[in-house]
Design a binder for this molecule. Structure first.
Ligand code: B12
Length: 224
């Protein structure tokens, strides 16, 4: 096993063990050793989060373990996010975004990453936080005359609120006014298409690309 693999393995273990001090310290070590921030994110942090999810599902872990892992993830993201943000390219195909984790869902680590990558790429992002009623998301988008609404949900039981948001926009005659992007660990392209969202993306970097494409399609008056 290479030194890089061993260090990534330790980061993963720190996430699975929910040890914030280690996840932050080891992530710093990995960055200092020149390991690509995306490798740290995908092979260390996300992979650890997935393992914790599996242990929770199988009954080996309970809510306290999830909470510790959440803290360990946030600590490590604090190191990785600024590095990823520096790689963001600032272009003119940006716009105003309202971001939120939808009602009943309090997972915010991924949503925060998406919001900070969009901000670093030149978008003007208003982040409404977690557990946000869809009416509040729409009201803020109207108030700011936003170009894009970015909704996050990790719970399958929260995902229907994304569909409700799109249906409500439709009913209000406002669907054409805003592009809607949805995401979160359980959101698939099929789900996004089924509920009539304009885009989805599996991670924060691709979310920026998708957001840009939506802005460009709006500027040229084409459908996305
Ligand atoms: C940490 C964690 C928690 C922490 C969250 C802390 C926080 N501040 O966010 C706490 C302890 C609060 C928590 C609580 C619960 N959790 Co939880 N949690 C997790 C865990 C382990 C990691 C989530 C995470 O942060 N991942 C890392 C981030 C970076 O990834 P991400 O969110 O997927 O985001 C990326 C992409 O999805 C995408 N993205 C995200 N948002 C958006 C938005 C847009 C627009 C786009 C384009 C892209 C995009 O980009 C991001 C960055 O690359 C997951 C397991 C997993 N594999 O995800 C379970 C998991 C999500 N939790 C789960 C459950 C069941 C719960 C609880 C119900 C447990 C309980 N019995 O109380 C509660 C629910 C509380 C609530 N009402 O929301 C289940 C959900 C199952 C399901 N399918 O519905 C999971 C999948 C675990 C499992 N396998 O069972 N959890």
């Amino acid at each position: 096993m290479s030194g890089e693999e061993a260090l990534i393995g330790k980061i993963r273990e720190a996430i699975v063990g929910g040890i914030s001090e280690d996840s932050e310290q080891l992530t710093r070590e990995a960055v200092d050793a020149g390991i690509d921030a995306l490798v740290i994110l995908n092979d260390g942090l996300m992979s650890g989060a997935d393992e914790v999810g599996a242990k929770f599902e199988s009954g080996e872990y309970f809510l306290p373990e999830l909470m510790l892992t959440g803290r360990a993830l946030k600590a490590a993201m604090g190191v990785v996010s600024p590095i990823l943000e520096k790689t963001a390219e600032r272009t003119t195909d940006t716009g105003v975004v309202v971001a939120a984790t939808v009602k009943t869902d309090i997972h915010d680590i991924g949503k925060n990453m998406v919001a900070s990558m969009l901000t670093a790429s030149g978008f003007e992002v208003t982040d409404l936080g977690v557990d946000v009623p869809i009416k509040d998301i729409i009201a803020k988008a109207q108030e700011l005359d936003a170009d894009l609404i970015a909704c996050s949900a990790l719970l399958t039981t929260s995902m229907p609120f994304m569909r409700d948001l799109i249906n409500l926009l439709d009913a209000m005659g406002e669907r054409e006014r805003f592009k809607v992007m949805v995401g979160g660990a359980s959101v698939t392209p099929e789900f996004a298409e089924r509920i009539g969202a304009d885009a989805t993306a599996p991670n924060a970097m691709d979310a920026v690309k998708a957001a840009r494409a939506l802005i460009r399609s709006g500027q040229s008056g084409e459908d996305s």
